[in-house]
Structures are given as C-alpha cells and as structure tokens.
Design a protein around this ligand. Structure first.
Ligand code: BDR
Ligand code: CA
Length: 314
C-alpha cells in the first residue's frame, strides 16, 4: 500500500487526480493539503472540502500557504482562464462548504504525518511547492523520513506554459521549488515534457461518464471549462491530465523514462521559474550552483496511452 499526502490547488486536473488517489486500491490517502495556485488558497481549500463531501473522501484536509515563500505573490490570476474563476470550471460550488478542516497549517500536518509514519509516506505535490518548502524550513530533518516526493511541475526539454521558460507550478513560487530540489530527499519531477503528451480526449471522458458513475459525472461537469480552454487556446480536443499523470507515476513508474541529475530553478528575471537539470555524469562546468547538489529525477518520456488506461481503470 502506498501512503500518500496530496498537496494540491484544486483546480480541475487536481480534482481528477484526487479522485484517482481516493479510488486506487493500492493507495492510502493520509491527507490532503491545500495551497494557493490555480486560485487563491481560500478557494482551493473550499474546493477540496467540496470534492471531499461529494466523493465521500474521509482523509483530513489541512489548509496551507496563501502566498509564496517570500510572501510577495498570491494566486496567479492567469490560471482562472484555465480553471475558471472558482477553480472548478464555474460549476456553481457553494461559497461555504461544511466539511471539517484539520486545525494545523498544512506544513505542520505534513511534518506530523511523516513523523508518525517514518520512511513510509510519499508526498505528491501538484501545486506551488510552498507547503513542502515551509515544512523543510521548519523541520529540516523530517525530509530524511519521507519515502519519496513526486511533483507535477517544470519543463526541461520543452517550453513552459506560463512563459516559454516556465511551467505554472514552478513559476508560481520558484524559490520554494528550488528548495525542494536541493533538499537531500528523492524527488521525481513529472513535468510538461510528459504531461503535455498525456491528453484525455473529450470522447474518452464522455465514455467514462456513459458508464454511469456519479463521481465521474461531476468530474466531467467541472472539466468542461478546462476542455474549452484546451480547444480554444491550445488547439486540441481534450485536456492535459497533468496532476493525474504525476499520481500514476507512483503506481506505474515503469511507464516513464527518467533522467537523473541535480535540478535548480531560475529565480527572477526573464526566465523566472525555469527548471534546469545538470547532467549526472560526464560534462563538468566551471563552477556552478548545481555542484554538490543532490541528483533528482526528471521524467523525459511517457507511455501516454497506458497512463490514460491506468487513470480510467481506477
Ligand atoms: C499545473 O498547473 C496547474 O494549472 C495545474 O493544476 C497543474 O498542476 C500544470 O502546469
Ligand atoms: Ca495543480
């Protein structure tokens, strides 16, 4: 059984990933922590509460960071073009959803849960990495007790989606992401290199709905805005299932090709949020910020159809 804490900014593709984690028979969801991103943290938290209520998910929800590590930025208004002003495709989620919140801030929930399950917990982060960074800052030694970190974010051999250099989750808090990549724990990065190849067609989604599952019907309803974005702005019929792809990595790493080497994030300037991986061996550089940093794992290839099958099967 994979024990997971899901750090998320729901978010349409986050919602799909949450349903996957909730349903997969080999996954035990220990908690869901929220972070600002696709919309502000009040809304991502409300959305997590809503999805928990609708899908009867009992894992605790802990509210997390509402701004970047350096406190200078909150939600990225541009993302509402993708996910809707409410973060869930403007389907009319009530302003307030009665659903319990864990009293701890997300970073403390993460630390406590990992310390209660040493060596067993995988952190899957599919939003800004601010909560994870706050946890590392508050308790650097907890990192050694984490089994693995899987993040959706970054763009290595392809363009970003916010700027040509940067992907949204990294661009939204570059300092936090950089700290996560230079922390001595195992991080696997599932970025646009693979998630933009993993496209669920609207036909696939319609077939899933036709099977008569009420939870999938809600997922389909809230995905329509996101599908329209991909149709009108990206020019494809379907949607990139970024966050679910990161979750599939947990159970089927064999479907991905990975490359190892230290990863740093550009903080500031034109390339703000760019992820750069140094080769693990071979080429030496004349003094760089990559020297002596831990190797991390970036996904460079994916068997996309098989990933989509795993998502559909859950
Ligand atoms: C990432 O940004 C968010 O909009 C999505 O939920 C995903 O986590 C893709 O760049
Ligand atoms: Ca997300």
């Amino acid at each position: 059984m994979h024990k997971v804490i899901f750090d998320t900014d729901p978010g349409v593709d986050d919602a799909m990933a949450l349903l996957f984690l909730h349903r997969h028979p080999e996954i035990e969801l220990l908690g869901v922590t929220t972070v600002f991103g696709n919309v502000g943290v009040d809304l991502t938290t409300r959305n997590a509460q809503f999805l928990h209520r609708e899908w009867e998910i009992t894992a605790p929800v802990a509210k997390g960071a509402g701004a970047t590590l350096d406190q200078t930025r909150t939600d990225d208004c541009a993302a509402s073009v993708v996910h809707g002003a409410d973060g869930l495709g403007n389907i009319g989620v009530p302003d307030v959803v009665e659903w319990p919140l864990d009293p701890r801030p997300a970073y403390q929930f993460i630390i406590d849960t990992v310390r209660e399950n040493p060596g067993e917990v995988t952190l899957i982060a599919v939003g800004r990495m601010t909560n994870l960074a706050l946890a590392v800052q508050a308790d650097p030694e907890f990192a050694g007790l984490v089994k693995e970190v899987i993040v959706m974010g970054g763009a290595f051999d392809v363009n970003g989606n916010v700027t040509p250099a940067a992907e949204a989750n990294i661009h939204g808090d570059p300092e936090a992401a950089d700290l996560i990549f230079i922390t001595p724990w195992k991080v696997t990065i599932v970025g646009l290199d693979v998630t933009m190849k993993t496209i669920m067609s609207s036909q696939d989604l319609a077939e899933m709905v036709a099977a008569g599952d009420k939870s999938v019907k809600l997922l389909s309803d809230l995905s329509q805005y996101y599908i329209d974005f991909y149709r009108n702005r990206v020019g494809i019929d379907g949607m990139a299932v970024h966050d679910s792809t990161a979750c599939v990595y947990l159970v089927r790493p064999d479907l991905f090709t990975v490359r190892s080497g230290p990863v740093r994030v550009v903080c500031g300037g034109l390339a703000d949020g760019e992820t750069i991986q140094a080769p693990d061996s071979g080429r030496k550089f004349l003094g760089t910020a990559w020297d002596g940093q831990p190797s991390q794992w970036a996904c460079t290839g994916v068997q996309a159809q098989s990933v989509l099958e795993v998502i559909r099967a859950a």
